[in-house]
Design a protein around this ligand. Structure first.
Ligand SMILES: [Zn+2]
Length: 103
């Protein structure tokens, strides 16, 4: 007889709750968050999750906030890119304003 918890592994702890799809999703997330990630400071693969959205590098000790389950999410990169663009635009606007003030 096949083991009851074969397919769901650790997600079996949820028992009959939540249904199969969220449990599969949880397994995927759990697998990723347990892996070591690359440190943005020293580039070594030693970053582990301390708690939700908090990550720390085991090598250089750098502690930083990130995604709840992965240190850097796609969404974050998108937001950062947008933020940089906004900063550039603000710089330009300031320069233009200063020019007008000088005139
Ligand atoms: Zn590091």
């Amino acid at each position: 007889m096949a083991r009851r918890t074969k397919k769901l592994k650790q997600a079996a702890k949820f028992g009959a709750r939540y249904g199969l799809r969220p449990k599969r999703k949880w397994l995927e997330i759990d697998r990723i968050q347990r892996q070591k990630h690359i440190c943005p400071v020293c580039q070594r693969k030693a970053v582990k999750r301390v708690s939700t959205a908090i990550w720390q590098c085991r090598k250089c000790g750098a502690k930083f906030a990130g995604g709840a389950y992965v240190p850097e999410t796609k969404k974050m990169q998108e937001i950062l890119a947008k933020f940089e663009r906004l900063l550039e635009e603000e710089k330009k606007m300031r320069k233009e304003m200063m020019k007008k003030e000088e005139e």
